[in-house]
Design a protein around this ligand. Structure first.
Ligand code: 5GP
Length: 206
């Protein structure tokens, strides 16, 4: 995949505030950034809009997407499947945009293998007790689903060390600034700047 743009993976346990951090980051970077809309077999929650938060699909449709090679990556999380449609990511990367993937740790691992230039950020809560409080406070899940998500969260936290950067979401605005700093620094990496270097060299030599 042509990598003129920046592929930014954001993972972290459910309830750690990833979604809020991502929407604030997107507000700040404007047209430069896009969030990849995933496909999922999970049920739509009350305020979610099909095609905006997710593409809500049946198991059969999801399977078809895999068979037709339309997924950059996919994983099972709890009882459901989630996957990243490859087409929009490829197009936005070619256009030089920053593309954010909000995905769990198996997806993060697969992206690391497929696209070594991707920059991966893991968001952690200030504590496990705070994570449970946030998940319960959200009021969108049954106690059983919360228990399952807490179990997954503890397992996911063990993968934090595999990521390039760790952002602690204690004060939201600080976490947003941290992700913006990571984006800025990643875009200044030498391999993203070869074209700029050539332009300056051409000018110097003409
Ligand atoms: P939720 O059900 O809370 O929306 O998402 C559950 C988990 O699935 C979250 O950790 C979220 O980051 C992850 N997820 C969402 N979309 C994808 C995807 O396309 N691929 C993978 N691997 N994980 C995803």
């Amino acid at each position: 995949m042509n990598d003129q743009g920046l592929l930014l993976v954001i993972s972290g346990p459910s309830g750690c505030g990833k979604d809020t951090i991502i929407s604030r980051v997107l507000e700040r970077i404007g047209d430069e950034g896009f969030l990849s809309v995933s496909m999922t077999t999970r049920e739509r929650r009350g305020n979610e809009v099909d095609g905006v938060h997710y593409y809500f699909v049946s198991q059969e449709e999801f399977q078809k997407g895999i068979e037709e090679d339309r997924m950059l990556e996919y994983a099972r999380y709890g009882k459901n499947f989630y996957g990243t449609p490859v087409g929009p990511v490829r197009d936005l990367m070619r256009a030089g945009k920053t593309v954010i993937l909000n995905i769990e740790v198996t997806g993060g691992k697969n992206v690391r293998r497929l696209m070594p230039d991707a920059v991966e950020v893991f968001v952690i809560p200030p504590s496990i007790a705070e994570l449970e409080r946030r998940l319960t406070g959200r009021g969108t899940e049954t106690p059983e689903a919360i228990r399952r998500r807490m179990e997954i969260a503890k397992k996911e936290l063990r993968h934090a060390c595999e990521y390039d950067y760790i952002v602690v979401n204690d004060a939201l605005e600080d976490a947003v600034d941290d992700v913006l700093a990571i984006i800025r620094a990643s875009k200044l990496k030498t391999e993203k700047s070869t074209q700029k270097i050539c332009e300056v060299m051409d000018y110097a030599e003409s």
